[in-house]
Design a protein around this ligand. Structure first.
Ligand code: CAA
Length: 410
């Protein structure tokens, strides 16, 4: 286990109690119903969990992203859907926290910390997923209001949120300042929920389209008070939020490891418990090792976020990439260990595998994470340039001058 702070251990214990006593007994019910688990949300709010990552000056517990991650891990260990239903409030609130005016922070964050308002993040669109910058939803200023038109896709928490951070094109002519973020409240005329997605996993959290038709919000809802900063706010938000997805993956993998280890110690074949077969034992060893490595990466990425380190982008992408790949591998192996029983819905293990799949996709596919990682590695390679003399480049360039190194090239 990482060297958690006393504060993180406190929140870990609070979350584990809720996960074991409230979430686990209800996980199958909400997976079957595909409905938001309001009773679980009430228990989480009562225990103070909705306030964990928010600073004290805005009604939060001030425990940071490190504590957010331990809570998400514990909840996801019992149910990946509940894990994201909780974590997505951090994703939705980070644009306010990172880019909002003082007035916006004071108005909205305390309501989120109390669990009175749930929040969601509206970035992706039907034709703008990985290429988030190519979004089409647009907003135009009209006097003291912004008028929004367009559609957002795959909005996690869409059906249960009261408030939405919505990213819109506000200056189509500009490249660098094309996008701005606006806060939209549920019930605003012109804003409706679209398609309720029927999903493979994380079925406890509603995922919806958001539709805007001449939806008017006051100028005061423009995040940061100035247009044109939306894309950077979105990217910065994702840097803060990706350790949370990674923590969800660690929780899912840990939950699956625990159940499959218990099963392997009880199930007998060829006269012994199956954990005594090396094929299963090595599988468990590899699962446990990769989970621990993922957890350490998550903890370090969250520590950097909380320390407001200068470049958190690479480690946030690395932990998301590594932990979610691990979750998919571990949950698939867990089903394998349960064999025929594992494939059946009578057992809790197949849900872990279904819930894990989305972690490789949302908040940036793992292909996008690798793009982000390699761009950073190439930038860092400038520091290793003095080693280039050890590489006989003429054999690679055929005697031509090598192309100049451009670290910023995509
Ligand atoms: N922090 C701050 N600024 C950043 C940044 C970061 N991490 N990353 C990029 N930027 C800035 C760049 O510096 C650049 O600024 P300048 O123009 O001033 O130089 C600007 O943003 C554009 O950057 P890029 O040229 O790198 O942008 P790009 O178009 O090539 O895209 C990308 C980069 C990494 C692929 C990005 O589009 C991306 O992350 N895509 C994935 C989107 C994503 O994660 N979507 C999931 C949505 S949330 C969700 O899943 C739903 C849910 O509800 C859970």
């Amino acid at each position: 286990m990482p060297n958690y702070t006393p504060e993180q251990l406190h929140w870990k214990a609070v979350a584990r109690k809720i996960a074991d006593e409230v979430v686990r007994p209800l996980a199958k019910k909400y997976d079957d119903l595909q409905q938001y688990p309001w009773e679980i949300k009430e228990a989480m709010a009562k225990a103070g969990l909705m306030s964990v990552w928010l600073p004290k000056e805005y009604g939060g517990a001030g425990a940071g992203v490190g504590s957010l991650c331990v809570v998400v891990e514990e909840l996801s260990r019992a149910c990946g859907g509940v894990g994201v239903a909780y974590a997505v409030n951090a994703l939705g609130s980070f644009p306010i926290l990172l880019g909002g005016t003082e007035e916006q922070k004071k108005k909205w964050l305390p309501l989120i910390a109390k669990g009175e308002k749930l929040i969601a993040f509206g970035l992706s669109e039907k034709f703008a997923g990985s290429d988030a910058g190519s979004m089409r939803t647009w907003a135009k200023q009209d006097g003291d209001q912004w008028v929004i038109n367009g559609e957002k896709k795959w909005c996690t928490n869409g059906g249960s949120a009261d408030l939405f951070s919505v990213f819109c094109v506000t200056d189509p002519e500009s490249k660098a300042k094309r996008i701005s973020a606006l806060l939209v409240e549920k019930g605003t005329p012109g804003f409706t929920l679209g398609k309720y997605e029927d999903k493979m996993g994380i079925r406890a959290v509603p995922v919806n389209e958001l539709h805007f038709q001449n939806c008017r919000v006051p100028n005061a809802n423009l995040l940061g008070g100035k247009p044109g900063h939306g894309f950077k706010h979105a990217m910065h938000t994702l840097d803060y939020a990706r350790p949370g997805v990674a923590a969800q993956a660690v929780g899912l993998a840990q939950g699956a490891l625990e159940l499959s280890t218990l099963y392997a110690q009880r199930r007998q074949q060829f006269g012994v418990q199956i954990s005594a077969h090396q094929s299963i034992g090595f599988m468990l060893a590899q699962m446990a090792t990769k989970i621990e490595a993922s957890r350490l990466l998550v903890t370090e990425a969250a520590r950097l976020v909380d320390a407001k380190a200068e470049n958190i982008t690479k480690l946030a992408a690395m932990c998301k990439y590594f932990a979610t790949e691990t979750a998919m591998e571990v949950t698939t192996n867990a089903v394998q260990i349960f064999g025929g029983y594992g494939y059946m819905k009578d057992y809790p293990i197949e849900k872990y595998m279904r819930d894990a799949k989305i972690t490789q996709i949302y908040e940036g596919t793992n292909q996008v994470q690798q793009m982000v990682i390699v761009r950073n590695v190439i930038k860092e390679s400038l520091e290793w340039d003095y080693l280039a003399k050890w590489i006989p480049t003429e054999t690679m360039t055929g005697g031509l001058e090598p192309a100049p190194v451009d670290a910023t090239k995509k």
